[in-house]
Ligand binder design. Structure first.
Ligand code: PBG
Ligand code: ZN
Length: 304
């Protein structure tokens, strides 16, 4: 098989009633809560066996409270998908940047270096988000906030709440990349000030990249992740030697580059996509999160 298990990201928007095209990601949409089970069912039919859900809530505040609301957007989406596409593996993004009005990934406050993420108060928030996703049936939670100690903290919180069998796929090695631009439109998660360089890894720092994944493995992660994928295959190959399954996230900017060049007729889309995913797999990915998941599952099926 050309591809490791393709996982499809899905954006669920609590404020809409019909699908909304994401301009910077041609072919991708935000879906209303009411339509999400149908989208998941269609992906299942095409051969996709796992989805990664992101939510766009109707309310944002400084503390990201809507992220753990019992009837929040992700909570509703997860329970609808699990009710209607029972075997679909549902993964949820655990982060606060879609839910905070300032757009940062957790709770912000004054530090010695100016306003920044407050690590430990933000961990409490992540614990609550992860538990509420598990309560609604998430199979795997995927913390992407890059807080120190996030995996250990969420593992303990899930276990205490009786969710020992919910897995943690950690965004363990997440670079401060220019390739997340389209996602920030897709998920409405752009920040109003500052940037994420205090909690995401500098692209040149391979030592820290490995260390971050090693630390998450030690804290009890079940699956590690490298993000973005295509520019970081050397890192992916090294992290694959740590012993845990590694997911690679082909991010929004990687998708947009291929889509845009293909739309101009400058490259061939299908060949380019399959080559990119083959390379990611060759480097050692066991799982690939890609916006091409639906297409790829179909293309691979046609070949059989
Ligand atoms: C935020 C988050 C981001 C992505 C996934 N989760 C963006 C960011 O860090 O700003 C990016 C995914 C993509 O670009 O496709 N926690
Ligand atoms: Zn975030």
């Amino acid at each position: 098989q050309t591809c490791a298990l393709p996982i499809s990201p899905l954006f669920v928007d609590e404020t809409i009633t019909t699908p909304l095209a994401i301009e910077s990601m041609p072919g991708q949409f935000r879906y209303p809560v009411s339509g999400i089970a149908e989208v998941a069912a269609e992906l299942w039919k095409r051969g996709v066996r796992a989805i990664l859900i992101f939510g766009i809530p109707k309310d944002k505040d400084p503390f990201g409270c809507s992220a753990y609301h019992p009837e929040g957007v992700v909570q509703q989406a997860v329970s609808r998908v699990k009710a209607e596409v029972k075997e679909m593996v549902v993964i949820t993004d655990v982060c606060a940047c879609e839910y905070t009005d300032h757009g940062h990934c957790g709770i912000v406050g004054d530090t010695r270096c100016g306003p920044d993420l407050l690590n430990d108060p933000s961990l409490e928030l992540m614990n609550k988000i992860a538990i509420s996703h598990a309560e609604n049936g998430a199979d795997i939670v995927a913390p992407s906030c890059m807080l120190d100690g996030m995996v250990g903290s969420i593992r303990a919180a899930l276990d205490d709440a009786g969710f020992e069998d919910v897995l943690i796929m950690s965004y363990s090695t997440k670079f401060a990349s220019a390739l997340y631009g389209p996602f920030r439109e897709a998920a409405d998660s752009g920040f109003t000030y500052g940037d994420r360089t205090t909690y995401q890894i500098h692209p040149g720092n391979s030592r820290e990249a490995i260390l971050e994944s090693q630390m998450d493995a030690d804290e009890g992660a079940d699956i590690l992740m490298v993000k973005p994928a295509g520019f970081y295959l050397d890192i992916l190959a090294e992290i694959a030697t740590l012993g845990l399954p590694v997911a690679a996230y082909q991010v929004s900017g990687e998708y947009a580059m291929i889509k845009c060049a293909a739309a101009h007729g400058w490259i061939r889309e299908k060949e380019t996509v399959l080559e990119s995913l083959t390379s990611i797999k060759r480097a050692g990915a066991a799982l690939i999160i890609t916006y091409f998941a639906g297409d790829v599952a179909r293309w691979l099926d046609e070949k059989q």
